[in-house]
Design a protein around this ligand. Structure first.
Ligand SMILES: O=C(O)CCC(=O)C(=O)O
Length: 277
């Protein structure tokens, strides 16, 4: 049995040689999470950091203006449309597409694309939580990913993962139970943490002077309602400029018609295409 606990090393743009679909699915089924070392290269990491800073100014302005500043410091939401690097990341999922398809048993879409700039102060992401309210155990509704934009270490608050809790923890564990089983998901910048959304986790405490940045795209089966209408946010007309992978993942093939004209279309022009589950 291969060791599922070690971050799997790969050259940028590739998956580690040992990370076949079977190994991926085995890790998700047993531990519920894994780290893919340097899933994206430094160039994309640098551009995502710059886009993240700009997007944070936009998100923070609205958080403050709308009276929700307290618990949201450092958090960002709905980055699709807030920087080209975020769209580029969707295209970089190619090598992982068969793995995510195997996990979901079919095509998948983006559910939400957030981010976290973790400094010494905490946000809601620092509480023990999971990101799917409906505990679905063996039926995977949602899958989290977290792309590390800085090295994640124990000192700067690497995400704490309660290994295996997606299988046996339908309700929130006590702080003690969490601490007993939680492992730090450490990794180099560019590494991708992938985890079952049924798994309990929390951002660690950042005890350094530097920010620990990440983006957190989540994925689902197309039949699950996404947290943001990505095709409408980008514009339906933008579809022609996107890759096949971006169209699928951003949900252009699983939109909701709003007129009879949109509904009555041949299969390949339908807003919700055949085969989306
Ligand atoms: O920033 C982190 O370490 C945790 C992020 C998180 O909780 C999430 O993506 O749900």
């Amino acid at each position: 049995m291969p060791d599922l606990t070690e971050p799997m090393a790969a050259a940028p743009h590739c998956l580690p040689a040992g990370l076949g679909v079977d190994r991926f699915c085995a890790a998700m089924a047993t531990r519920g999470w894994l780290v893919i070392d340097r899933f994206v290269d430094d160039d994309l990491v640098h551009r995502m950091r710059a886009d993240l800073e700009r997007a944070y100014a936009t998100c923070r302005r609205l958080q403050i203006a709308n009276g929700i500043a307290l618990d949201t410091e450092g958090t960002l939401h709905h980055l699709v449309g807030q920087g080209e690097s975020f769209l580029e990341f969707i295209d970089r999922l190619g090598p992982l597409e068969p793995h995510l398809q195997a996990h979901f048993g079919g095509p998948f879409i983006l559910n939400a694309f957030g981010g976290n700039i973790l400094r010494t102060s905490a946000s809601y992401a620092s509480a023990i939580h999971r990101d799917v309210r409906t505990y679905s155990r063996e039926l995977p509704l949602l899958l989290n990913t977290l792309l590390m934009l800085d090295d994640f270490t124990v000192r700067n608050g690497a995400t704490m993962m309660m290994t295996g809790s997606h299988r046996d923890c339908p309700v929130r564990p006590s702080d003690e139970a969490f601490a007993e089983r939680a492992e730090a998901a450490t990794g180099r910048a560019g590494s991708l943490l992938v985890f079952d959304s049924n798994l309990w986790h929390a951002a660690g405490a950042n005890n350094t002077a530097d920010a620990r940045r990440s983006v957190t795209p989540m994925f689902s089966r197309p039949l699950v309602k996404p947290q943001f209408d990505h095709p409408r946010a980008l514009g339906y007309e933008r579809m022609d400029t996107l890759s096949e992978l971006q169209r699928q993942v951003l949900g252009y093939y699983s939109r909701i018609p709003a007129t009879l004209e949109e509904w009555y279309q041949p299969p390949q022009r339908r807003m919700y295409r055949p085969g989306q589950g």
